[in-house]
Design a protein. Structure first.
Length: 290
């Protein structure tokens, strides 16, 4: 099956193109633009193509009961204190937008509600990510599609039937599906990288991998299995406060992941068995016959 490609800003994503690598900052900035900039620096320095944030309209995404639930954090004693403390507004994202342009790296966000999509339109982001938790939100899928930009859809905690339904709404043009397991961090027996092949066989769109595992091996293997894009959470320090920190990569881990992913096409080669020039002296030295 001929897989379509998707263009995000000046990058082509699909078979035959370099893997599109996304550094997911998410909420690991803990409400600090300074910390967010440090992670933008990490992503830019290690050769990532983009950084991603998460955007929510807190009072729309969460019920009053959920927001009033007791939850101690660095922001206060309720879940509402936490959610509001983690949310950037227009001032913060304007600063982030300028900084990313200065660093030459694109940025976008996972929008959890329609109002957040409208908010992001102010910055003319190159694409939208739809989180696994929102895959069954038909209204959000339709509203995001209405903006006419590429959509990246994560498929964690979803069945194939639910994925098919979401794709029927979004269409396969301008869509990238991401195999994902929504556990933080994911165990090896939850990773199931062969799903990448299954998604590529069924759908005519690029397929990526959004990983939450410890280390980098599954993310590199995902590219060998045909993933056209890889997304990983990043952090300045995995011991920082926050629910996503433990499933994130620090700078050294991100560097090694990007380096190894970039080597995958060369490592796989063309499949034609041959004798390499550097083997000839070894033949002369070690082979007795023929």
């Amino acid at each position: 099956m001929n897989k379509r490609c998707v263009k995000i800003a000046d990058k082509m994503v699909g078979d035959g193109y370099p893997c599109f690598i996304i550094a997911e900052i998410g909420i690991n900035h803990n409400g600090s633009v300074k910390l967010a900039k440090q992670m933008i620096d990490i992503a830019s320095t290690t050769g990532c193509d983009a950084v991603k944030f998460q955007k929510r309209t807190v009072d729309v995404v969460y019920t009053k009961e959920e927001l009033s639930r007791e939850r101690k954090s660095i922001f206060g004693n309720t879940n509402g204190d936490l959610k509001r403390g983690l949310e950037f507004g227009e001032k913060e994202y304007s600063e982030i937008d300028c900084y990313c342009k200065e660093k030459g790296i694109m940025w976008f966000a996972s929008c959890w509600d329609e109002e957040s999509v409208d908010f992001m339109e102010k910055f003319d982001v190159p694409c939208y990510k739809i989180a696994s938790a929102s895959l069954t939100d038909d209204g959000l899928l339709k509203y995001t599609k209405s903006k006419g930009k590429p959509i990246l859809l994560s498929t964690g905690m979803s069945t194939m039937e639910q994925i098919r339904h979401a794709v029927s709404i979004l269409g396969e043009d301008n869509l990238i599906l991401f195999h994902c397991t929504s556990t933080y961090p994911s165990n090896a027996n939850e990773t199931n990288l062969r799903v990448i092949e299954a998604l590529k066989q069924e759908f005519s769109c690029p397929v990526g991998y959004s990983g939450h595992e410890r280390g980098v091996t599954p993310s590199v293997l995902a590219v060998a299995f045909g993933a056209n894009s890889v997304e990983r959470h990043i952090t300045v320090d995995r011991t920082n406060w926050g629910s996503d920190q433990a499933a994130s990569l620090e700078m050294a881990g991100l560097y090694h992941m990007v380096r190894d992913i970039r080597q995958v096409p060369e490592l796989l080669g063309d499949g034609i068995k041959k004798v390499y020039p550097r083997e000839i002296p070894i033949i002369e030295k070690l082979r007795r016959k023929g």
